[in-house]
Design a protein around this ligand. Structure first.
Ligand SMILES: Nc1nc2c(c(=O)[nH]1)N[C@H]1C(S)=C(S)[C@@H](COP(=O)(O)O)O[C@H]1N2
Ligand SMILES: [Mo]
Length: 415
């Protein structure tokens, strides 16, 4: 979305622009002075055409088909728990044949590296040998929101739909690692998946990432085989995936068949260079900097989304407007949600439910009385328990376009 258009034009040009915009939108902009001061581009004009997904993911917006990458739109994320057909897909390589066939075959999970004894576990071993856990967990791609950065950066131009919160069943990674016996030399875990590299070169991994051993041993880090009551769908990692909640989605390995405990920070594909890394210090937009100035992304920032209504919706004037969505944070719970319908001049605190479990997203809703008919923008911002809020404009530009947690804005009309 072109957010800075208005700040770069002269006041008289802006007035003319608003007049043209009012015509384009087909309704007067009720808080137009605030819109001019805010320097933001009207949300209603930020909508794009959608290229649809594939059977089973028809509603998603397809970003690329080799590898397959597809995101939800804001309104598709309205469900409290994201159904499988609306959960985004982010693949770096190809979907393994085992997953497409949905047959386990000779699959097993190996735990090796800095352990007392190497384990080789079947899916039955996992299901029967450890305490089963069920949790609703947010997975968000580190690059969600990338399309908002200027200058443009390479990579999938996710807007805001590379996030979902599904209900998973599995076991704690901790219990499995403890069975293998973690040595005191353990520093990091590395996951390995069965997805072939785009080149189909045998033994070449499209991605192999991990997390520090402390995060691996956290009680919320899971190995899961079930998503919303069914075996993991092919796109989401059949038969087993890792979930490191609160961390970039790339740490939640899909189609995994091996977890290696390492005595150093894992250096597999997409761990090094600038992948899933951000500058250690703030940089000017467009700056180039050496690789040693980057650090690995750990917890994801606080974020929220308006899932109802969608941009472009029209409502009869005179009734309170119902708005709702979700909020989440890699740092822990979200403490409050605030909504503005006058370009940030005033804010209204919304209702906010507690998460169903740690690392599930939280539902918010509010009924707003709006003063007159016309065009409105609704802005929504979350603040987490540590007092960190969402910025109204894109946060610090970075070369790979990660961690854009700018507040979500929609445009609606009261007629
Ligand atoms: N084996 C493997 N695991 C993977 C990936 C991948 O390409 N291969 N993509 C990662 C990235 S970048 C993200 S954001 C999440 C996406 O999970 P989803 O496709 O289930 O939404 O999976 C992660 N796990
Ligand atoms: Mo990702």
């Amino acid at each position: 979305m072109k957010t800075d258009f208005l700040t770069h034009t002269r006041r008289t040009d802006r007035r003319k622009f608003i007049a043209g915009l009012t015509a384009a939108l087909g309704a007067p902009i009720v808080f137009q002075d605030q819109l001019l001061r805010s320097g933001l581009f009207p949300s209603a004009l930020g909508q794009e055409a959608i290229q649809k997904g594939w059977p089973g993911k028809e509603e998603l917006r397809l970003l690329s088909d080799k590898p397959v990458n597809a995101e939800a739109t804001a309104t598709l994320l309205d469900d409290p728990i994201t159904p499988n057909h609306r959960h985004f897909v982010r693949n770096n390589g190809l979907i393994p044949e085992r997953a497409t066939s949905a047959k386990l075959g000779d699959w097993s999970l190996t735990i090796d590296g800095e352990v007392e004894k190497v384990l080789n576990l079947s899916l039955e071993d996992l299901k029967d040998g450890f305490s089963q856990q069920s949790a609703a967990l947010v997975i968000e791609c580190g690059g969600n929101g990338r399309a908002g950065y200027y200058p443009k950066v390479g990579g999938n131009p996710w807007t805001l739909g590379a996030v979902g919160c599904a209900q998973y069943r599995g076991v704690r990674l901790r219990d499995v690692l403890n069975k293998a016996g973690v040595k005191s030399t353990a520093v990091y875990i590395a996951y390995y998946g069965e997805d072939p590299h785009l080149s189909r070169e045998p033994g070449k991994y499209p991605i192999s990432r991990g997390v520090p051993i402390e995060k691996a041993l956290d009680e919320h880090t899971l190995l899961v085989w079930e998503m919303n009551g069914v075996p993991l769908p092919a796109e989401h990692g059949f038969p087993l995936r890792l979930i490191c909640p609160g961390w970039p989605g790339s740490t939640s390995g899909k189609w995994i068949n091996r977890i290696q405990i390492r005595d150093q920070i894992h250096d597999g594909p997409k761990m090094t260079g600038t992948s899933y890394r951000v500058p250690k210090h703030p940089v000017a937009p467009g700056d180039k900097l050496p690789e040693e100035d980057f650090e690995i992304i750990e917890t994801m920032p606080v974020k929220s989304i308006i899932t109802h209504p969608g941009t472009g919706a029209e409502f009869p004037f005179g009734k309170p407007l119902l708005l709702r969505g979700h909020a989440w944070s890699g740092n822990g719970d979200v403490a409050r949600m605030d909504i503005s319908c006058d370009f940030g001049a005033t804010w209204h605190q919304s209702d906010l439910a507690a998460p169903v479990n740690k690392y599930a997203w939280q539902h918010w809703s509010i009924l707003l009385d709006l003063p007159k008919a016309g065009y409105y923008e609704v802005w929504a911002r979350a603040t987490d328990v540590e007092g960190r809020g969402q910025p109204m404009v894109v946060p610090g530009w970075n070369p790979k376009g990660y961690l854009n947690n700018a507040a979500h804005r929609i445009a609606v009309k009261l007629v």
